[in-house]
Ligand binder design. Structure first.
Ligand code: ASP
Length: 584
């Protein structure tokens, strides 16, 4: 139906005849001539209907409207001088139409493609129209290129691609499962995979050495801007490896993705930080390194203080932490606002101390000893018009709140360079964390994660154990995570015992893995990256919805198809399911 794509017509085609097909993007009538921007997936070319070239085509051109689908035959000409558009690849030429075929008509669209974005509901209901917009097409063309880059990189590094079941058993990523009733086994249910974790481990036990999959995962969680109930992971697993090997291969992969999207090579190795350092210095396990503002421990300065709040906190084994905001000359209003923000994020209070000339200014300065003031100035290298922000109290809480307050300061005082991409490996996560909800220790990553030390010699202190888990963080967002796994049955059983998972329950849930671990399981480990999240960030989009072809709304609804929806009584009967409708 065509012998060339619209976007590929250029100066070399001048004088030639071309057959094109596409959509009417824009249409203008100009003194007897009709101009149309004809669009296909490759771009836009200007076509011209003139009565001097074809009376019939020119007459028909009077009927065509935006988004009509047409086919034309015409001759490529140089554009008259002064009418060129150097911003597009077809901008030096136009096509004079000899023949026009209207392949399909179009109703007036619910929104104009070349105008501002429609609202989210309209956009998702008419996703196919939204996707016609060149800027949106660009996103999905890039997404497609990234799939290929990932496959090329991993295959060339000895990985084999697999598909693992979608109808499966509950997996241990810690979110709620989506479940699917089984008609053939009434009363039983499959779970959609939260990740292929156990299958990829089984593939290592099967001897495949290196596995990968670009795979859909399902987690029934409350949705936020960067969450979707179904999302895509680049999932990997490798045999006979330790932390270093997984990190190295993964870093190469991420650099390959970066190059595919940004066209630039990242040369430097990604920095690393232990979990402990990340928490102590940035108050979070996903620090945003696009700006400084480290959180410093100044408890020592106040060992002998008379200042009530701090004295009490230290007596209760608390800590004192500070952030210094340099040279921003904050007004009293700014300072009061920062106290309000600290309270909003849950702090009991925030102390600020401003340096003015040689003195420190603050409502609390009268409670400080001379030597404490001097120590603050010296240790924190405070200069004129710098502000010290201080919080005190329980270690974990202060770290967390200071972490959030640091992000506020970064945003509020424009300290974040939005053009930067700061990757960071965070390692040495704790093996266990205490779950307030379940009132017991749970696995920080998942229960198949290996410990750095032999858990069979566990001394009773859950919080002392570190795991061989690692996360990759980009600009303060976790974009991937994984671990070296337990590969011996006795160690895995010990792990379940420490997690207070009964043997019976372990057998029922993971019996197949436990049995496989007894038949020559190799040491192995892996990682999974959030494909959508990486694309969102590298393509500067606000939400992962923008990089997913058919995303769901905040309430998990697909506006295009109206899923989820009711099913027929016959279907329910076959599944032996009775739906209890809430009383109106
Ligand atoms: N399965 C894990 C996850 O999805 C990643 C991994 O441990 O490889 O978070």
């Amino acid at each position: 139906m065509r012998d060339k794509y619209c976007g590929f017509v250029n100066i070399e085609d001048v004088g030639k005849e071309v057959l094109l097909a596409g959509w009417v993007y824009r249409r203008r009538d100009h003194g007897g001539l009709v101009f149309v921007d004809l669009r296909d997936i490759t771009g836009v070319v200007q076509i011209v209907f003139s009565p001097d070239i074809s009376k019939q085509a020119h007459k028909m051109a009077g009927d065509i409207k935006q988004e009509y689908v047409i086919q034309i035959k015409g001759r490529v000409e140089k554009r008259p001088e002064g009418t060129e558009n150097p911003n597009i690849s077809t901008g030096m030429v136009e096509v004079l139409v000899k023949e026009l075929v209207i392949l399909n008509i179009s109703k007036t669209l619910p929104f104009q493609l070349d105008e501002d974005e429609p609202n989210e509901t309209v956009k998702l209901k008419y996703r196919y129209l939204d996707m016609r917009r060149p800027s949106i097409q660009e996103i999905f063309i890039t997404r497609s290129k990234v799939y290929k880059a990932v496959r090329d990189y991993l295959v060339s590094h000895g990985f084999y691609e697999f598909e693992t079941p979608m109808l499966t058993k509950s997996t241990p990523e810690g979110a709620r499962d989506f479940i699917v009733p089984s008609r053939l086994n009434p009363g039983t249910f499959y779970a959609l995979p939260q990740s292929p974790q156990l299958f990829k481990q089984i593939l290592m036990i099967a001897g495949f050495d290196r596995y990968f999959q670009i795979v859909r995962c399902f987690r029934d969680e409350d949705l936020r801007a960067d969450r979707q109930p179904e999302f895509t992971q680049i999932d990997m697993e490798m045999s006979f490896v330790d932390v270093e090997d997984v990190i190295n291969i993964s870093e190469g992969l991420i650099k390959e993705i970066y190059k595919t999207i940004k066209g630039e090579t990242l040369k430097d190795a990604f920095p690393r930080m232990t979990y402990e350092d990340a928490i102590n210095t940035y108050g979070t396990d996903k620090p945003d390194l696009r700006f400084g503002l480290p959180i410093l421990d100044i408890t020592n300065i106040f060992k002998k203080t008379d200042f009530g709040v701090i004295k009490k906190a230290i007596e209760n084994k608390g800590i004192v932490k500070s952030i210094v905001l340099k040279g921003k000359n904050l007004s009293r209003k700014d300072l009061d606002a920062s106290v309000d923000v600290a309270k909003q994020i849950g702090a009991e209070g925030l102390i600020w101390i401003r340096k003015e000339g040689e003195t420190l200014q603050s409502p609390v300065v009268k409670y400080l000893k001379e030597e404490e003031k001097l120590a603050l100035i010296e240790r924190l290298e405070v200069k004129d018009s710098d502000v010290i922000f201080i919080m005190t109290g329980n270690r974990q809480k202060v770290n967390e709140l200071m972490g959030r307050f640091r992000l506020y300061l970064g945003e509020r005082y424009n300290l974040i360079d939005r053009n930067q991409f700061k990757f960071l490996w965070v390692t040495d996560f704790p093996l266990f964390e205490y779950s307030e909800e379940q009132k017991r220790y749970v696995a920080s990553h998942h229960p198949f994660t290996a410990s750095k030390t032999d858990i069979r010699q566990f001394n009773g202190d859950y919080e002392s154990l570190k795991s061989k888990a690692y996360d990759l963080v980009l600009n303060g967002v976790e974009i991937g995570g994984g671990s070296i796994r337990i590969y011996r049955k006795d160690e895995q059983m010990e792990m379940f015992r420490l997690l207070k998972i009964e043997e019976e329950e372990a057998q029922e849930k993971f019996g197949f893995l436990l049995e496989a671990l007894e038949m020559g399981a190799p040491p192995h480990g892996g990682i999974a990256f959030g494909f959508d999240r990486i694309l969102m960030m590298l393509l500067d989009q606000d939400s992962i919805r923008d990089v997913i072809p058919f995303p769901k709304t905040q309430k998990g609804v697909c506006l295009l198809t109206d899923a989820p929806s009711r099913v027929t009584q016959k279907q329910l009967n076959e599944l032996r399911i009775r739906v209890i409708h809430e009383k109106q």
